[in-house]
Design a protein around this ligand. Structure first.
Ligand code: NDP
Ligand code: HEM
Length: 488
């Protein structure tokens, strides 16, 4: 038998029988020395790793980012230079559901991208919405608790969601998008992706610019209503996986146009809104989107677990020419993701093939569980730095320009003086009557079973966005109550 076809143990020894366990007599019992049986059972017990604490259900594929525009005046990032093509990985996800959750549920969708650039991995870990529910990371674990299961009933709790949202008016913008048509895209390719946060770009002259990244679907926006979603979930819980995997297998490669909005550094002092507030967009009229490239997904993973489940995206992964911003949420995420990966995947998660940079890697991290790569320092005897052994050294030419910050250290009330209403109003205003009717009904449906005093508090917030918005939800609530009464 050829070596390539011969079944072996993990230690490489050939296996003579993979059908019958080793027993004393035909009817058993088993013998302890049947190590291959013990190993098979032991490996099976270790097949699951912790699922992501959020965004556990996901779908992913590989592709390329091609830069067609020229923003070289703003950034020295190699992956953003005209004509550059960079291999990449995308993972889409829902936020709240567990790994086995149905795909066609109303939720924000994750839009996580890893670009394997010549100067290291650049991860843009965004959503299909340009804003978020909160603006201070202190509130992130609390917010996520409201999206997950109640500790006693083990059920999702609309009361918890609406209690939190109604006490957090900064969530109005994101909740409005969630309850709009865009809260239930037909497939992962029928939605936009947004970097959401303000990041920065910096050029060779050391000038910094603030930037927002937008990926606009070329497949067109397309959405399901709640009823359509329920019907699909009744037939398949894996509709997104089927759509994305099927499309790429069939050679129909989905594409997104990459746009950036760029703000000169000094403008951040002048805008009427805080440009680092994640509950706000930058109006297009103020900072027009500039088209700079195309992202295409064209290769399915060969092994879902190895390449999608083990993928580790982190906003901490930036490359020369791209930087962070003072956005408090972004700053917290810089810590949180790599910490999650060390727990979920292990210390050396970045050495896993899917996370491995496609450029030389030299670092002085030593040993640790599952270190299969030895030293990565560029010289055998260099396992500390500085050294005179020819080990890797720093490169001052990629120093990020200084970030101008000031202010007294204190816990500033993030709700003070913040306008939580104008931008949701602009969104409400741009919708058609039909879209608004669905927005009101989706919101009312999600409030079913929530105590009246919480609903009233939420409605008071909607009234501040627009009396028509509050009244629209009230009318939808009455309609649902009428339908319920008629059915009893
Ligand atoms: P514009 O009219 O220039 O932009 C409106 C944007 O709204 C378009 O990008 C459109 O996306 C998007 N949009 C349309 N329907 C929905 C929906 N149901 N849910 C989410 N987005 C939708 O106006 P402004 O830039 O002044 O923004 C007005 C409002 O539009 C904002 O308050 C915000 O709610 C929303 N918006 C703004 C974005 C921005 O970066 N400025 C980005 C996305 C939304 P598309 O181009 O895909 O059709
Ligand atoms: C996943 C934390 C806000 C998008 C995760 C994970 C953590 C986390 C711990 C799981 C990581 C893993 O196990 O691989 C946080 C914290 C936030 C925050 C602390 C705020 C302070 C956001 C925001 C966005 C976002 C604002 C989008 C703009 C995502 C996406 C994933 C994710 C897309 C899934 C990534 C993947 O596909 O593997 N988040 N998050 N998160 N988060 Fe966040």
């Amino acid at each position: 038998m050829s070596d390539t076809k011969r079944l072996t143990t993990t230690a490489g020894a050939p296996i003579a029988d993979n059908q019958n366990s080793l027993t004393a007599g035909a009817h058993g019992p088993l013998l302890m020395q049947d190590y291959q049986l013990l190993e098979k059972l032991a490996h099976q017990n270790r097949e699951r790793i912790p699922e992501r604490v959020v965004h556990a259900k996901g779908w992913g594929a590989f592709g390329t980012l091609r830069i067609t525009g020229d923003i070289s005046a703003y950034t020295r990032a190699k992956a953003l230079q005209p004509g550059t093509e960079t291999p990449m990985l995308a993972r889409f996800s829902t936020v709240a559901g567990e790994m086995g959750a149905a795909d066609h549920e109303r939720d924000v969708r994750g839009f996580a991208l890893k670009f394997y650039t010549e100067e290291g991995n650049w991860d843009l870990v965004g959503n299909n919405t340009p804003v978020f529910f909160i603006r201070d990371p202190y509130k992130f674990p609390d917010f996520i608790h409201t999206q997950k299961r109640h500790p006693r009933s083990n059920l999702r709790s609309p009361t918890a969601m609406w209690d939190f949202w109604s006490l957090s008016p900064e969530s109005l913008h994101q909740v409005s998008i969630l309850m709009s048509d865009r809260g239930l895209p037909r497939t992962p390719v029928n939605m936009n992706g947004y970097g959401s946060h303000t990041y920065s770009l910096w050029n060779d002259a050391g000038e910094r610019f603030w930037v927002k990244f937008h990926f606009k679907t070329q497949q067109g926006h397309s959405h399901y209503t709640n009823r359509e979603g329920e019907e699909i979930v009744g037939k398949t819980r894996e509709g997104y996986q089927e759509a994305l995997f099927g499309m790429i297998e069939a050679g129909e490669f989905p594409r997104w146009t990459l746009q950036v909005q760029i703000m000169p550094e000094a403008d951040a002092e002048k805008t009427p809104y805080n440009p680092f507030d994640l509950t706000k967009v930058w109006p297009h009229a103020d900072y027009p989107p500039i088209e700079i490239g195309v992202m295409e997904l064209n290769r399915n993973p060969d092994n879902y677990f190895a390449e999608i489940e083990q993928a580790a995206f982190s906003p901490s992964n930036i490359v020369p020419g791209i930087g962070h911003s003072p956005d408090k949420m972004l700053q917290a995420r810089v810590f949180s993701y790599a910490d999650a990966h060390r727990y979920r995947l292990g210390t050396h998660y970045e050495a896993l093939p899917v996370n491995q940079p496609k450029c030389p890697v030299h670092h002085y991290h030593k040993d640790g569980s599952m270190n299969f790569f030895g030293q990565k320092t560029g010289a055998v005897d260099a396992y500390y730095e500085p050294n005179s052994m020819g080990g890797a050294t720093e490169d001052p030419s990629v120093m990020e320009p200084p970030l101008k910050i000031s202010g007294d250290a204190a816990r500033y009330n993030h709700r003070d003086g913040n306008d939580d209403y104008s931008q949701p109003r602009a969104l409400h205003d741009l919708m058609t009557d039909d879209q608004r009717a669905r927005l009101y009904m989706n919101t009312a449906e999600s409030m079913q079973g929530v105590p009246q005093h919480i609903i009233d508090r939420a409605l008071a917030n909607y009234d501040k966005v627009s009396p028509a918005y509050g009244d629209g939800i009230r009318a939808a609530l009455r309609e649902l109550a009428g339908a319920r009464a008629a059915a009893e």
